[in-house]
Design a protein around this ligand. Structure first.
Ligand SMILES: [Mg+2]
Length: 384
């Protein structure tokens, strides 16, 4: 059966939410990330700011140099989470399965909702219209028979794009695009591929398999399949996961400890949200690093008691980071955190107790935790 998959991605998400909040920011070079006098990095930049070469993860100081008239705005994480929840809620009404990828993007399986790809296009247009009407934001949507092609397609005509890749045209669609447009190809992999004479996705698709394997390992073989428009992975609903994880591949390999810690802090906060949204806590924390030479290492530790607090996950992850970095001086291209041995927090069980005073106490406690967590999320991140 031919699948019909959407990748829906909000355009310049953080910036757009800030512009909703303060319409005077519309049409201007806006950089979300905080005070440009600090050591922080750019979380997001408007398209106007991007035209000066500003991009996310760039030091704020450098962004100001490139675009002196940019307007710098602090990160308001709670605003993005709220908008994200509305977005995901809307998507749930328009697909059989929704798989969120982050705050502002998701895969949708609409195979059972549309009879053909023309109907899919109409459905996607309706989705975009509703995002606009209900949220005041624009989304780009890619439509294809598999996830990887849908994702490339949503990026193809940003912002406000709607790109349909018909069944059978996947490899053709991808072939002329720069190889860096393929998800998973960062600057380092891109450089390795360029050395092999590969600059387009089409060239990667016809790279001999043994060459791909020799230079990039199994990962290279997978990228080659993606380049051919082949991706069997299904859109996975938010179910009852046994582990939860977050990982980030950097634009450039790094040995900057405070940057790595800042990234870890942000990932642990996301992970904490993931855990709490599933009403889970974790007992085991695993840190994963991939070095510049593609060697991947993991180290795990067991918490004294289960937790889903971002600070607890972060403390453990950063301790493991210290251990893994101690023995070498290689730069890091990917960092990931996994929470496993998941269980239902004891306090969650108390919620079902008939004692209403206990329920009220619990609710107050949850509100306090949420409040504290929200503040923590705003304060921290990569600004430090
Ligand atoms: Mg986006």
């Amino acid at each position: 059966m031919t699948l019909c998959i959407f990748h829906a991605d909000l355009d310049a998400f953080f910036v757009s939410v800030e512009q909703l909040h303060d319409p005077s920011l519309k049409g201007k070079p806006v950089i979300v990330g905080g005070d440009p006098g600090t050591r922080g990095v750019v979380s997001a930049a408007s398209y106007e700011a991007r035209s000066y070469g500003v991009h996310s993860a760039m030091p704020l100081v450098q962004a100001r140099r490139l675009c002196p008239r940019a307007i710098f705005v602090p990160v308001h994480f709670e605003r993005y989470v709220k908008a994200s929840q509305q977005f995901m809620g809307l998507l749930e009404t328009m697909a059989t399965i929704v798989e969120p990828l982050g705050l502002d993007e998701a895969f949708l399986d609409v195979s059972e909702l549309v009879p053909d790809f023309d109907a899919a296009r109409t459905h996607a247009a309706k989705l975009k219209q509703r995002v606009h009407d209900d949220l005041g934001l624009t989304a780009s949507v890619g439509i294809a028979t598999c996830k990887i092609v849908a994702k490339v397609a949503s990026d193809y005509d940003k912002p406000d794009g709607l790109v349909l890749v018909r069944p059978g045209e996947e490899a053709f669609f991808l072939s002329e695009l720069a190889v860096g447009k393929l998800p998973g190809v960062g600057s380092k992999t891109g450089e390795t591929l360029r050395q092999l004479g590969v600059s387009t996705i089409g060239q990667l698709a016809v790279l001999p398999q043994d060459v791909a394997h020799r230079r990039l390992g199994r990962y290279g073989e997978q990228l080659r399949r993606y380049a051919q428009g082949l991706d069997n992975s299904r859109v996975e609903p938010r179910g009852e996961p046994r582990t939860m994880s977050r990982e980030t591949t950097f634009q450039a390999d790094t040995r900057d400890i405070s940057f790595l810690q800042g990234t870890l802090r942000s990932m642990c906060e996301h992970l904490s949200r993931d855990l709490r949204s599933h009403k889970k806590q974790a007992t085991t924390v695993t840190l994963k690093l991939r070095y510049e030479d593609f060697q991947t290492v993991t180290r795990q530790s067991t918490l004294k008691e289960g937790s889903n607090a971002g600070s607890v996950l972060y403390d453990e992850a950063t301790r493991l980071l210290g251990q893994l970095l101690a023995g070498n001086d290689r730069r890091v291209r990917l960092v990931g955190v996994r929470a496993s041995r998941l269980s239902v927090p004891q306090r969650q069980l108390d919620m079902f107790a008939p004692d209403s005073a206990m329920v009220q106490n619990l609710e107050r406690a949850i509100a306090r935790i949420r409040k504290r967590f929200g503040e923590g999320a705003i304060r921290s991140g990569r600004d430090r």
